[in-house]
Design a protein around this ligand. Structure first.
Ligand SMILES: Cc1ncc(COP(=O)(O)O)c(C=O)c1O
Length: 372
């Protein structure tokens, strides 16, 4: 096969040749040329959320979770208390990392197949005045459900609470406008819907709270206030930057803008999601979520009921046909996931469905009908 395998996952994703080629050069971490790339990436990231007036953006080395952890460490005071509406695995992870850093955390259970209800968040804020911040996972990648960012932001603003948004799998695809949606911190990463490669995250921090963040972090490496101050003074990252990741992200952002920015990306991912769900429905598969609450990012499907089904075999047979699927993340029901994001279009999604059709045939499974 002369084509790279298509990654139908929530990141790393399939990237373009241009993005890959951008990594074929070495850069000095102190050099002015590299500092200019960092500055340009930061500025163009702010443009994506219309945040030039209201926010700064601070990049951080590492996978997405490093930046979630850094955002909480930097923005939430050590005696702070976070509320995490919980409809999935990434919500639980955010609460856990907050607690491990010594912050109080309350999980607010929400059914996994339902979006967070802003009115329920408001009731919880009224019932528990100890809460200082809400952490909202914008798209809960564990299922693919979209949570109502604008409505939760309004509730937080009304009650004078901070809001931290994990927009890891939604940023650059779903609309986020800092001019109308108030958030204290919003986190995403290079290797998601911007279609860069993994290796760095970035956190938008509201300028109005920035000074109060000094000294919050109990960790040196995770201190985004310090990273911001140092970058402001020197133009450099505090510690060794992931140079190739940064230049690949710069090239990926250029292509994102050429494509037409967030609306165009959302339109392409929506087409991908439609091609996928229609094709899979024709094979008898059933999505876990109601389409009304499904973000066009990643789709969770029920596993087929047929006794010959085994995810490992299913995965290997689809892989042999050039497509990498993703395991499910639910504990109660057997599922698998298929990502709609990356440098792919509906044509690749139809090819993926065809690979699944052939895979079922190879496994002797007549169709994808689940055990419901
Ligand atoms: C919503 C969300 N939060 C956090 C993460 C964690 O990112 P990472 O695995 O890069 O640490 C992911 C990864 O897919 C995610 O989808």
């Amino acid at each position: 096969m002369d084509r790279d395998r298509i990654l139908l996952t929530p990141g790393p994703l399939t990237t373009t040749l241009r993005t890959k080629l951008a990594m074929l050069k070495d850069w000095g971490s102190w050099d002015a040329d590299f500092n200019a790339v960092t500055a340009s990436v930061r500025s163009r990231l702010l443009d994506i959320v219309h945040g030039q007036d209201s926010h700064v953006v601070v990049p951080l080395q590492g996978s997405g979770t490093f930046s979630v952890e850094a955002a909480v460490a930097t923005v939430v005071p050590r005696d702070g208390h976070v509320l995490v509406p919980d409809n999935g695995a990434y919500c639980k992870r955010a609460a856990k990392l907050s607690q491990m850093m010594g912050r109080q955390a309350t999980l607010m259970p929400v059914p996994e197949d339902r979006p967070v209800d802003a009115a329920a968040v408001e009731a919880q804020l009224q019932a528990d005045p100890r809460i200082t911040h809400v952490i909202l996972i914008h798209c809960e990648t564990g299922t693919g459900v979209e949570n109502p960012l604008a409505a939760v932001a309004q509730v937080c603003e009304r009650h004078g609470k901070g809001l931290i948004v994990d927009a890891m799998s939604s940023f650059a695809a779903l609309p986020i406008d800092a001019r109308s949606t108030r958030f204290d911190a919003l986190i995403a990463a290079s290797g998601k819907c911007l279609e860069g490669v993994p290796g760095m995250g970035f956190v938008f921090i509201r300028k109005a709270i920035l000074d109060a963040c000094a000294g919050n972090s109990q960790s040196l490496a995770m201190d985004l206030h310090d990273q911001h101050v140092y970058m402001g003074k020197t133009g450099q990252w505090r510690f060794t930057p992931p140079t190739h990741v940064v230049v690949a992200l710069s090239e990926a952002i250029t292509q994102f803008v050429e494509e037409g920015g967030q609306p165009a990306r959302l339109a392409r991912y929506t087409q991908n999601c439609q091609a996928l769900t229609e094709g899979m429905a024709a094979l008898g598969f059933k999505p876990f979520l109601d389409p009304a609450v499904q973000a066009p990012i990643i789709v969770t499907f029920h596993a087929p009921a047929h006794p010959a089904y085994d995810f490992k075999r299913f995965y290997e047979a689809a892989k042999a046909r050039g497509f990498l699927l993703y395991p499910g993340k639910l504990t109660q029901v057997e599922t698998f996931r298929v990502g709609c994001i990356g440098a792919i279009g509906p044509h690749e999604m139809r090819q993926a469905v065809n690979a699944v059709r052939e895979t079922l045939a190879e496994m002797g499974i007549p169709d994808g009908t689940p055990a419901l």
